[in-house]
Design a protein. Structure first.
Length: 188
């Protein structure tokens, strides 16, 4: 049963599936460690969204085109990056950020569900498997967010002048990478 926990961590931290990491980078680009509370709330909003859709899809309550979801995931990164490019001077924590994180989490959860369905069975422990997988995803997400904020801290300590430019640079990197993914995954 513990394998589902480790599979959840592996899934979100797998460099080949870097789209989820890229979303987390875009989401927290304008923030630093001192902003850990807003980042935690954003991450929680994202978690609520993807937990709901992961469960609904895993229980076959909702169905969707996996090709469309694979395209929409980079679109969520593009939207988040654009918002941060426009609003990175003072990282405001607004209802827009929280609600978009939750909505975008719904889309990412549908992406997680495809992987979960591949590894799970129709056994009696399905609910436990789903819970452990989702918990693993959350632990992986915390590790990624901690790594991103640590790198930002190191860069801003080493290059204090980069502190004001770094949010836009990270948002720009996220945007360009997501644009490539969106073009690659465009349905058709």
């Amino acid at each position: 049963m513990a394998v589902f926990f480790t599979d959840g961590i592996s899934h979100i931290t797998d460099i080949e599936g870097y789209d989820h990491m890229l979303f987390l980078l875009a989401m927290c680009a304008p923030f630093t460690f001192k902003d850990w509370k807003p980042v935690a709330i954003l991450a929680t909003s994202f978690t609520v969204g993807h937990s709901i859709s992961l469960a609904l899809a895993a229980f076959d309550v909702i169905r969707f085109s996996s090709g469309l979801i694979e395209f929409l995931i980079p679109v969520t990164i593009l939207a988040t990056s654009i918002f941060n490019l426009l609003d990175s001077a003072s990282p405001s924590v607004s209802i827009y950020r929280y609600s978009s994180a939750a909505i975008f989490g719904i889309i990412h959860g549908m992406g997680f569900s495809s992987f979960f369905r591949m590894i799970s069975g129709e056994s009696e422990g399905f609910v436990s498997q789903l819970f452990l997988f989702n918990l693993g995803v959350e632990v992986g997400q915390v590790l990624i967010l901690t790594a991103i904020l640590s790198v930002v801290a190191i860069i801003t300590l080493a290059l204090p002048s980069a502190k004001t430019k770094l949010p836009k640079i990270l948002a720009g990197i996220s945007f360009l990478a997501a644009l490539g993914l969106a073009i690659e995954k465009f349905p058709g």
